[in-house]
Design a protein around this ligand. Structure first.
Ligand code: NDP
Ligand code: MG
Length: 390
């Protein structure tokens, strides 16, 4: 039996992962499940999968978790330290599906134990790519991509050599506002930004799809994970979300990964790698799909994309600045405290302000330094938004 843990088990990726595990319960021994505020879900799944421990990230929810687990053999724990303790428990395969920069520390801890890390938490790679990859190398651990585009690229590279790759194209649905008149974007509401045309995902990544911040993070994720240069990465708007990514080789061949938009494919690929197993995903009928459309992303609609290249060109710990400022601007938008278009303006202002602070940005990439940069960028975003509001 393979020992597995799922970080962010109560979220969209976590639940899709559990769906796959539940279909073959005899194959897996669950070590840890973690969540945030959804205590009922966390406890129910931990009891069903007979986890050793269930952890809520929020210390003030420990009593609720204990109560929900009463009468079971599952241990209850809470808080960031408890997440790290859970990540230090030996496991063969660990799903990293916490949302945001909070996923970085548990992911690093799991790699330090030599676990295979199935990485949905793209923020880890954006904030601290080199740290994550070096930690994996040092501990002989493996990182497998779960983001659908990166899983697609990874699959397209099987048997190929990275130095024969000319370019990597990741696709984007274009999000909720791909066909809106540009002048309406400042008025976009939270409910409108939270509905995705093709994928069923958590609220934060859905809004990030409408703004293309999600794709901007994925561009940086592509650079970090595959080690290609920024000029080799392209983004294509593909409204049908059936082609997830394409890998272009030096002889002109372009290998596309095509499939129904269902995260259980990428999760299942990472779960069974290097084998392929049956997965409960819809089989695509291309005759029924009929048409596949592609277009270049409009710069004015998606200012976040340009910022990704700015971040990669500056280097250092600018990825951590970018992600933290984005997370904070998104918090404000969700709380109704800023407009949809204020998010990109805010992140651009924070980047500009912090990019020259070389002693900070170019310091050694350690978890402490990344946390410090993250903290300052969040504060920077708060300041920019306060100024704009006042
Ligand atoms: P969700 O918001 O659905 O779930 C997030 C998970 O993290 C939940 O278990 C949540 O707990 C938990 N959580 C929230 N805050 C914290 C915190 N401060 N510390 C620890 N845990 C916390 O997110 P998604 O599943 O959509 O996304 C997860 C990751 O996967 C993200 O990095 C995202 O970019 C990536 N991803 C997601 C895709 C998708 O299809 N959803 C596709 C590709 C990548 P609770 O809900 O109990 O509060
Ligand atoms: Mg993706």
């Amino acid at each position: 039996m393979r020992k597995i843990s799922i970080f962010g088990a109560t979220g969209s990726i976590g639940q899709n992962t559990i769906d796959l595990i539940r279909r073959a319960p005899g194959d897996y021994d669950t070590v840890a499940l973690t969540g945030g505020g959804n205590i009922a879900r966390l406890a129910a799944d931990a009891i069903e999968l007979r986890a050793d421990v269930a952890v809520t990230a929020f210390p003030n929810r420990l009593d609720d978790l204990r109560a929900a687990l009463a009468g079971s053999d599952v241990e209850a724990a809470a808080g960031p330290e408890a997440l790290l303790e859970a990540a230090a428990r030996p496991a063969d395969w660990v799903m990293s599906a916490i949302i945001g920069a909070a996923g970085l520390a548990p992911g690093l801890k799991a790699l330090e134990q030599g676990a295979t890390l199935a990485l949905a938490n793209k923020e880890s790679l954006v904030c601290a790519g080199q740290l994550l990859l070096n930690t994996a190398r040092q501990h002989n651990a493996r990182i497998l991509p779960v983001d659908s585009e990166h899983s697609a690229v990874f699959q397209g590279m099987v048997g190929e050599k990275i130095d024969e790759v000319e370019r990597i194209i990741i696709t984007a649905s274009g999000g909720a506002f791909r066909d809106w008149p540009l002048e309406d974007l400042p008025k976009a509401s939270l409910a409108q930004a939270s509905s995705h045309p093709n994928w069923d995902m958590g609220q934060r990544i859905t809004i990030d799809s409408a703004s293309m911040f999600n794709k901007a993070l994925e561009v940086i994720e592509t650079r970090e994970f595959f080690g290609v240069s920024p000029s080799q990465i392209e983004v294509l708007v593909h409204p049908e979300s059936l082609v997830h990514a394409l890998v272009g080789f030096r002889d002109g061949a372009l290998m596309a990964h095509v499939g129904a938009p269902d995260m259980r494919h990428a999760i299942g690929y990472a779960l069974h790698w290097p084998e392929r197993r049956d997965l409960p995903v819809a089989r695509l009928d291309l005759a029924l799909a009929g048409q596949l459309n592609f277009r270049a992303p409009e710069q004015a609609r998606y200012p976040a994309l340009r910022l990704a290249w700015q971040v990669m060109e500056r280097g250092g710990m600018m990825g951590a600045v970018f992600n933290a400022a984005k997370e904070r601007a998104l918090d404000h938008f969700i709380a109704g405290q800023c407009r949809f278009t204020d998010m990109a303006d805010t992140v651009a202002a924070v980047l500009e302000h912090m990019e020259a602070q070389s002693s900070l940005i170019d310091a050694a990439m350690t978890l402490d330094n990344v946390s410090q940069v993250d903290h300052l960028a969040r504060k920077g975003a708060d300041d920019v938004l306060k100024q704009r509001a006042g």
